[in-house]
Design a protein around this ligand. Structure first.
Ligand code: ATP
Ligand code: MG
Length: 178
């Protein structure tokens, strides 16, 4: 009998804003400057919108249906500040003024996903791009001299795959249009 709870069938998934090459290079350069060798791999830089976690094929089918007609405005993010969370020792890149539309997008994703049984985390959404984990270096106090401007118009469904050093991510598809 095919069990829906078979751990082997589950995939570790999340919804994210995925940078294009230009923005990725800019983010990677900043990560290199502030986090040196402790930095997140360039290819892994992203902004998580909703962490879906271990997902069965049935759940995935439901989520994909729920997100089918998703629309979103083009968002203009200005990444102009660093932040640090001491508990996970996480150094991140973010915005001193996260656009309201981004909060609305996350709320819309939660609304759609709740409709197919997903329970969103209660913690408030905090837009951030992780630059380094277990960070022990100097936390930059000053804002960025040259903010990164990032225009985003799609939500990516991403799979997190185990790899020897850190997880490796693969974009499976995007909404709208894909
Ligand atoms: P690793 O866990 O192997 O060190 P990682 O944290 O990059 O690497 P994942 O744990 O698969 O990889 O996480 C994928 C994305 O989801 C990351 O942006 C991560 O911060 C976020 N994430 C992971 N777990 C949670 C969680 N419990 N709640 C919210 N976001 C999470
Ligand atoms: Mg993790």
């Amino acid at each position: 009998m095919g069990s829906t709870n078979n751990a082997k069938e589950q995939r570790r998934l999340f919804l994210a804003l995925w940078p294009g090459e230009t923005e990725r290079q800019q983010m990677a350069e900043l990560a290199k400057q502030v986090a040196g060798r402790r930095r997140v791999r360039d290819a892994n830089l992203h902004l998580t919108l909703v962490f879906l976690g271990a997902t069965t094929p049935e759940q995935l089918a439901g989520y994909e249906t729920a997100l089918e007609n998703l629309t979103m405005p083009t968002l203009e993010l200005t990444l102009d500040r660093y932040g640090y969370w001491p508990q996970p020792r996480l150094l991140w890149l973010g915005s001193s003024c996260t656009p309201l539309e981004l909060y609305e997008l996350v709320a819309e994703l939660h609304r759609r996903l709740r409709g197919c049984g997903f329970v969103p985390e209660r913690r408030a959404f905090q837009a951030h791009i992780t630059l380094a984990r277990r960070f022990t270096g100097r936390i930059p106090a000053e804002p960025l001299a040259m903010p990164v401007r990032w225009r985003v118009s799609a939500v990516s469904l991403v799979e997190s795959l185990p790899s020897p050093e850190s997880s490796c991510y693969e974009v499976l598809r995007c909404w709208p249009g894909g």
